[in-house]
Ligand binder design. Structure first.
Ligand code: NAD
Length: 386
């Protein structure tokens, strides 16, 4: 069986799906690994290192895609500069494992189904302890949360820690993190390490203890409705609950030097939590990092990929933060993929047991069908026969 590692073509994507260390593990297992020339270059993994790990370096992109039995990628397949769509380069019956953005790009999923590709969307790995080592959403969100705090610290015209110096005492920066999921918790931990005083809010009250265990204060808002959906994710709440949340967080936003927002509701536009009025109340020089800028934004006025200044407040809308740390992002993603590949392939054969929740939850297309019901709904396709 041939495992192919493609060079990413998405603008700004510096990660690579496998690093040399993970290649050698697959090779030891008897799998053949083909790596596109230069695939790891942007993440500082040279072709020579892949070769030393036992991979074959392939310079002909189309040949690599056509021959791979299992193609590994980071970004969803897309049209290449030469006009060819990556999906069309795969042979019928091939397997693709990658981020696929299934809910954001159902048309791309349909294309994979039409090509008869067996596609696994890495963002659909169940958030269970059994699947933890395959959970790329978590590994990449951790990197993003860390980097968001560093970006905020670099943009803030102040110190983070409290300092007592001969030139006077410096008060610590006040950081408010909204959304304490994987990214938010890492943002909190990083801000604490840098010496800031940190507060956090999340619509899921269950995260209170995690926030407190990192040395941050949890901002409590009592809502009279269920805020947690299946799988432990946040639910979209009523307008009344949104209003109450906004009123409760306004005071904390106003007093913060830095606000980092990470709130997401899977498959929906990001909730709007920080309003223009709140921004107007912040001290000039304060910084907002809106990690949900690409999903519509938690903060009014944020723009994906841009820094916007409003009333002296810098609102940063970073995109693809994991890609800004391509070495560790690739290392962690590769480990997630390695675990999944080893789980799927036994003795050189792809085992598709759809009774298994990891396989059935993650496999989006197989044998010409879109298997994921939420994607089918978006495509207007009827419920799949069992
Ligand atoms: P996410 O990226 O979907 O959302 C980020 C955070 O935003 C979440 O904590 C969410 O509650 C919060 N949020 C949503 N709407 C909000 C609002 N209106 N106001 C404030 N906060 C809001 O979340 P995630 O980091 O991917 O984690 C989602 C869930 O998955 C969590 O329950 C987490 O504990 C769980 N999880 C489990 C495992 C595991 O068991 N292996 C691994 C990772 C995550």
């Amino acid at each position: 069986m041939k495992i192919g590692v493609a060079k990413e073509v998405e603008m700004g994507e510096r990660r690579v799906a496998l690093i040399p260390d993970t290649v050698s593990r697959l090779v030891k297992q008897g799998l053949e690994v083909w790596v596109e020339a230069g695939a790891g270059e942007q993440a500082f993994f040279a072709d020579a290192a892949y070769e030393a790990a036992g991979a074959t370096i392939v310079t002909d992109t189309a040949h690599l895609w056509r021959e791979a039995d299992v193609l590994l990628k980071v970004s969803p397949p897309r049209e290449r500069a030469d006009g060819q769509h990556e999906t069309d380069l795969l042979h019928e019956g091939a397997t693709l494992i990658s981020f696929l953005d299934p809910l954001g790009n159902p048309g791309g999923i349909k294309r994979l189904a039409d090509r008869k590709v067996t596609a696994f969307g890495i963002e659909l790995i169940p958030r269970t302890s059994r699947a933890q080592s395959m959970d790329a959403l978590s590994s990449q969100a951790g990197l993003a949360g860390y980097k968001a705090t560093l970006i905020a610290a670099a943009a803030l015209p102040k110190f983070f820690p409290m300092l007592t110096t001969a030139a006077g005492t410096i008060a610590p920066a006040k950081v408010f993190v909204i959304g304490a999921g994987v990214a938010g918790l890492q943002a909190i931990a990083t801000a604490r390490r840098l010496g800031a005083v940190v507060e956090a809010f999340d619509i899921r009250p269950a995260v209170k203890e995690e926030v407190q265990s990192l040395g941050a204060k949890f901002v409590e808002v009592k809502l009279e409705e269920e805020t947690v959906a299946a799988g432990g994710y946040a639910k979209e709440v009523s307008d009344a609950a949104k209003q109450k949340t906004q009123e409760a967080i306004a005071e904390h936003v106003k007093l913060s030097d830095i606000v980092i927002t990470t709130a997401q509701v899977p498959g929906r536009k990001a909730p709007r939590l920080v309003t223009g009025d709140m921004i107007a109340q912040m001290k000039p020089g304060s910084v907002v990092v809106d990690m949900a800028a690409e999903q519509g934004g938690n903060c009014e006025g944020s723009e994906a990929g841009k820094d916007v200044i409003r009333n002296g407040v810098t609102i940063i809308g970073p995109t693809n933060l994991p890609s800004t740390m391509p070495v560790h992002a690739s290392q962690m993603y590769a480990k997630n993929l390695l675990t999944l590949v080893q789980y799927l392939i036994k003795d050189g054969v792809l085992m598709l047991n759809f009774e298994d929740d990891i396989i059935s939850g993650t496999c989006v297309t197989h044998a010409g069908e879109v298997r994921n019901q939420r994607v089918r709904d978006l495509l207007g396709e009827p419920v799949a026969a069992k």
